[in-house]
Design a protein around this ligand. Structure first.
Ligand code: ACO
Length: 343
């Protein structure tokens, strides 16, 4: 049987470090370092400069992942791009990444399909399940899976918007999912969703049921009211459901694989809030030294948190071949998922 394993990882974060104090100094947000750290664990995040888009950061991460896998872009059979902050309403960022990888250049272009995934903080795991399914079915040998976000462009960096805007940062992570005959790789991905909570964490921007979808001004420009323009969130509801769904999906994955939590060497949890992850680890009795985190440095990079965390752990040697790991995420939708991987 063909298995699907992660043959390369890479990540890219923009150079501009924005500390919690910078939110006050540079952007005039009425907050404190202590408020943010106590509730979320976030100390700083990265913001991309104007002119840099989601597929630009994805390109850097993808190049690293391909180099680590020993592959050229031309070896790819599919690109899966998970983001909630694509360059434009359409097309998605996948085709921009394909073009920037040089796949459409030269005498022998390769028109690799580019699939865009819109599952917010669970986007990487939804994308992983798609990549693994393609590889196992023999439809692809190498799939590039990217999670990337440019949140800084769409954050309400004001005191009114502080509950949401102090949480998020920019960045990109990438993995290559490849076919192997070895007994290793992604054992399974278990996903879930609950559309009853679609409005609890959302950024609507437009309403396609309205005519036109954005209120039109006499000069043909459009006006978006603040409650549609910026992300809104009921943080307490998100917190409660995140804990329940992440614990539930992890336990379901373990049951399916007939393994215990003690069999798992490292737990990679979506980096939305350090307190959520500490609470889950406590509930499950998992020691904190088996739960890597980097939210203190990058904030919540949504679809990018898991691949960035994986790439950092692989680069530092903390994540090594032979380890059994769990990946768990929860986000807007609500959507969630867990994966078990023999690295
Ligand atoms: N600095 C200072 N004060 C703030 C800030 C800030 N950055 N943000 C909010 N406040 C204030 C609010 O204005 C409010 O003031 P008021 O009482 O005068 O109205 C007060 O703090 C309490 O606000 P709450 O929103 O009730 O704060 P809460 O204690 O719930 O903490 C938080 C907010 C940290 C977001 C918390 O609800 C949480 O962690 N939720 C989990 C959701 C999450 O992590 N989402 C991330 C994205 S989703 C995902 O990726 C899964």
């Amino acid at each position: 049987m063909t298995n699907a394993y992660i043959s390369g990882t890479g990540f890219h974060v923009p150079p501009d470090v924005v500390t919690n104090d910078d939110l006050i100094r540079r952007f005039g947000v009425d907050t404190t370092h202590e408020w943010i750290v106590q509730r979320t664990g976030i100390e700083q995040r990265r913001f991309a400069e104007a002119g840099v888009g989601t597929s630009d950061m994805a390109l850097e991460a993808a190049r690293s992942a391909l180099a680590q896998a020993g592959l050229r872009p031309q070896d790819l059979d599919l690109i899966v791009f998970a983001t909630l902050s694509p360059e434009h309403a359409f097309p998605g960022s996948g085709v921009y990444l394909q073009r920037k990888l040089g796949l459409t250049d030269g005498d022998e272009p390769k028109f690799v399909p580019a699939l865009d995934v819109r599952n917010q903080c669970s986007g990487f795991l939804y994308g992983l399940s798609t990549a693994v399914a393609h590889v196992r079915a023999g439809m692809a040998r190498h799939v590039l899976l990217v999670g990337a976000e440019t949140h800084s462009a769409a954050l309400d960096l004001s005191t009114e918007g502080r509950t949401v805007s102090s949480l998020f940062g920019d960045g990109a992570g990438a993995v290559v999912v490849s076919a192997t005959d070895e007994d290793r790789g992604v054992r399974g991905v278990w996903l879930g969703a609950d559309g009853r909570f679609a409005e609890v964490l959302c950024q609507k921007v437009w309403d396609i049921r309205q005519r036109p979808f954005i209120a039109k001004n006499p000069d043909r420009s459009g006006t978006v009211p603040p409650d549609m323009l910026w992300a809104t969130m009921d943080g307490k509801v998100v917190f409660k459901h995140a804990v329940a769904a992440m614990v539930g999906s992890l336990m379901r994955a373990c049951a399916d694989q007939r393994i215990d939590l003690a069999d798992i060497d490292l737990f990679f949890f979506h980096q939305a809030n350090l307190r959520i992850n500490q609470f889950i680890a406590q509930q499950l009795g998992v020691p904190e030294d088996r739960v890597p985190h980097n939210i203190e440095r990058y904030g919540n990079t949504t679809a990018a948190t898991l691949p960035i965390l994986l790439a950092e752990a692989a680069q530092s040697g903390r994540l090594r071949p032979g380890m059994k790991i769990a990946l768990v995420a929860f986000g807007s939708g609500f959507t969630w998922g867990a994966a078990i991987v023999d690295w």
